[in-house]
Ligand binder design. Structure first.
Ligand SMILES: Cc1cc2nc3c(=O)[nH]c(=O)nc-3n(C[C@H](O)[C@H](O)[C@H](O)COP(=O)(O)O)c2cc1C
Length: 367
């Protein structure tokens, strides 16, 4: 038997997130685990994974496709059919049974996809700017990235509708809210950033225009959910998926200031550099977002218990999301509480295996 000798923790204290009471400020970061098989249906194995990690105050699901066009990852789940929506119920139920809350992350890959996912049709993006990178995993194996097809402005309302429908299905499935994935070089980020958006219409050029698509999606989603149940994720510093724009600070400052007008549940900022940094200037810090965004702020990336505690005590963040540490430590909160050692992250090859190995087979500490 161990006794709790750690000093009072703000990270582990409860937090009022809008009208949701979270039992602590630890969040399971959204992580694609690719266990949904080719049907992209949530299943029992996934319910077990989320249930195991329900000691977090809030769980955010892996990125979940809002439409077939949104697809760009093998075996990642969807919420574009009623059957998928129905199947998510077992996951929300399992998490609620353990007293936690869960948001669904709404995802569209845009150019970070391949025609193999789309019966030969090119992936879509803001502009025909090809992603540099080694290769993409497709249903037919590793392939080179392709130059995407630029979406016509007239097609965007259909995508906004798909976000709206995904949000509605998430509500019907018992989620507590949704997170709009506008980070990590996927479709919304491709619109936000000048590197991937060379449009000359009302969706391109200045930050005002580049943020417009995200604003329309927020509007579509908040027709279903009150704004205080909708979060948005941004990654101003990241180079994942070949991102990073010279004017990143101007863009993300403007985006956050606009999102502040909506009364969102939270702004989720991938502020840390441990997932790749574009090195195009001083990285944006949570403190900068605090000045422009008045709602709750969630930090992420490379945090340890100590740095998370410091960010919360310093009032830079209200919540901290943990990704890789949560894969190999399903009882992360208990380990933090008892000061137990963490199991180091698993070999990356098991992250996207189709098995329980590297997913639900991690042991819990003997606290
Ligand atoms: C296996 C894996 C899958 C991920 N999938 C997603 C995802 O679906 N959506 C997303 O926004 N970020 C995704 N990320 C990024 C994480 O949410 C997080 O930003 C990153 O792991 C850095 O946080 P950490 O240092 O705590 O791991 C993924 C990361 C990993 C390791």
């Amino acid at each position: 038997m161990s006794t709790d000798t750690t000093p009072a923790s703000e990270l582990l204290s409860s937090f009022q997130l809008g009208d949701l009471n979270l039992k602590n400020r630890v969040v399971l970061a959204p992580m694609t685990c690719a266990r949904a098989e080719t049907t992209r249906m949530p299943n029992d194995l996934m319910a077990e994974y989320y249930s195991q990690r329900s000691s977090a105050g809030l769980l955010i699901t892996e990125g979940t496709f809002i439409s077939k066009q949104a697809i760009g990852w093998v075996n990642a789940p969807g919420i574009y059919t009623d059957e998928q929506g129905e199947a998510w119920k077992k996951i929300t139920k399992a998490v609620h049974a353990k007293g936690s809350k869960i948001f669904l992350q709404l995802w569209h890959c845009g150019r970070a996809s391949h025609s193999d996912f789309h019966d030969g049709a090119l992936p879509v993006s803001a502009s025909p700017v090809k992603q540099n990178g080694e290769y993409i995993h497709t249903p037919k194996g590793k392939k080179d990235y392709e130059t995407p097809r630029a979406l016509d402005a007239s097609e965007l309302s259909e995508i906004v509708l798909a976000y709206h429908q995904g949000a509605r299905r998430a509500k019907d499935a018992g989620f507590d809210g949704v997170e709009i994935h506008a980070a990590n070089g996927y479709l919304i980020d491709q619109f936000l950033q000048s590197k991937t958006n060379t449009r000359t219409d009302q969706y391109g050029g200045n930050p005002e225009n580049r943020v417009r698509f995200l604003q329309e999606i927020v509007t579509g989603v908040t027709e279903v959910w009150p704004a205080n149940r909708v979060g948005v994720r941004l990654s101003p510093n990241g180079n994942y998926n070949d991102m990073g724009s010279e004017d990143f600070r101007e863009t993300f400052t403007y985006a956050a200031s606009q999102l502040d007008n909506v009364g969102l549940c939270y702004l989720h900022v991938v502020d840390g550099l441990a997932f790749g940094f574009h090195e195009l200037g001083e990285p944006m810090k949570l403190e900068e977002f605090r000045k422009i965004f008045s709602g709750p702020i969630m930090g992420n990336c490379g945090y340890t218990r100590e740095t998370a505690e410091a960010a919360i005590q310093g009032k830079h963040a209200d919540l901290i999301a943990f990704g890789r540490p949560y894969i190999s430590n399903p009882d992360l909160v208990e380990r933090f509480r008892h000061g137990s050692l963490l199991t180091p992250p698993e070999d990356m090859t098991t992250w996207f295996s189709f098995e329980k190995e590297g997913y639900t087979d991690f042991s819990v500490a003997n606290t």
